[in-house]
Ligand binder design. Structure first.
Ligand code: NAD
Ligand code: LMR
Length: 328
């Protein structure tokens, strides 16, 4: 058996937390041979609820759960952590865009970035789920000047999974028949779900669906899926978001499948003409705990326009939060 790793989860008493912690403790994220110590962060008023979650975690008697730290202090929560899933933030309600949460949630991610900088392991893998996820990840990263900027990522895996599901349904295939789906850009309604490189059972996806369906149905459905869930459930997605967070971390830690890639929002290095520094959804492969952008993809005019629109939104979001940055 391996020695335990430390996994921090913020917002641990929230609805995503409730769908996430039990799967991490069961080994779904890091493997059935990897014991974990959970570090759970909540705000002070939520500590009694968090205590209930801790009681339930203990009651599961998970073989891989090697310890639990429950706290309202980020300096305790991030001490020596190998992984940090930053979920704790306010969700949006009906009629809101995710960026409407920037002011409220931006204030959470600057102090958490500082605490990660001071206490986390130097190779910590950070996934921001709390919205607006890409720019919150940037805020945390810019408050952690001693950590490698590439430690900070944001979640577009839920969008990736939604795109797989929509394309599978349309083509009468199963999600496992699809390779090389891509979500470019922001986890927002400007995101660009791109099927130009995707295959279904080895056949080019673009040859199986017509352009009108792709443009007028598939793209808006994936872009608006979060809002559709809020409308239907009266609360934002939780189990699917937790599942995508597990997928994101598992791919990063344990690697991607040969011949396939996944979508992760990572610090742009300027690849594909995107503004350097913004946390942008890219197709990536992962190996030995490192991610790498898939290079050399042909980008047509249709894609270019959409990739630039979501880049523009991320640059605008960045301009609105620069006052929260410590890293110069
Ligand atoms: P929730 O309100 O059920 O839970 C959020 C929890 O975070 C609460 O328990 C709250 O007490 C806690 N919290 C607030 N501030 C905190 C802080 N400073 N430190 C620690 N904990 C804090 O919300 P939820 O449904 O679990 O959603 C959480 C976030 O995830 C929201 O911002 C939501 O929009 C976002 N989300 C993102 C995706 C994605 O794909 N990126 C998908 C779904 C939801
Ligand atoms: C989602 O995509 O389901 C989440 O980001 C929640 C939201 O606000 O849409």
């Amino acid at each position: 058996m391996k020695s335990p790793v430390r996994v921090a989860v913020t917002g641990a008493a929230g609805q995503i937390g409730y769908a996430l912690l039990f799967r991490i403790a069961a080994g779904d994220m890091l493997g059935k041979d990897q014991p974990v110590i959970l570090h759970l962060l909540e705000i002070t008023p939520a500590l009694p609820a968090l205590n209930g979650v801790v009681m339930e975690l203990n009651d599961c008697a998970f073989p891989l759960l090697a310890g639990i730290v429950a706290t309202d202090d980020p300096n305790v929560a991030f001490k020596d952590v190998d992984y940090a899933l930053l979920v704790g933030a306010r969700p949006r309600g009906p009629g809101m865009e995710r960026k409407d949460l920037l002011e409220a949630n931006g204030a959470i991610f600057a102090p958490q970035g500082k605490a990660l900088n001071a206490h986390a392991r130097r190779d910590v893998k950070v996934l921001v789920v709390g919205n607006p996820a890409n720019t919150n990840a940037l805020i945390a990263q810019q408050n952690a000047p001693d950590l490698d900027p590439r430690c900070f990522t944001a979640m577009v895996r839920l969008d990736h999974n939604r795109a797989l599901s929509q394309l599978a349904e349309k083509t009468g295939a199963h999600v496992t028949d699809i390779r090389k789906m891509t979500i470019w850009g922001n986890h927002s309604s400007t995101q660009y779900p791109d099927i130009h490189h995707a295959t279904v059972k080895g056949t080019a996806a673009t040859s199986l669906v017509d352009q009108a369906w792709y443009r007028d149905s598939f793209i808006p459905t994936v872009q608006q899926r979060g809002a559709a869930i809020i409308k239907a459930r009266g609360a934002s997605s939780a189990a699917s978001a937790a599942s995508a967070a597990i997928d994101h971390m598992r791919s990063w830690a344990l690697g991607t499948e040969p011949g396939d890639w996944v979508s992760m929002a990572i610090p742009s290095d300027g690849s594909y003409g995107i503004a350097p520094g913004v946390i942008y959804g890219y197709p990536v492969t992962c190996k030995n705990g490192k991610y790498e952008i898939v290079q050399g993809l042909e980008i047509n005019a249709f894609s270019r326009e959409r990739m630039d629109a979501t880049d523009k939104e991320l640059r605008e979001e960045r301009a609105g939060v620069e006052h929260l940055f410590a890293r110069k």
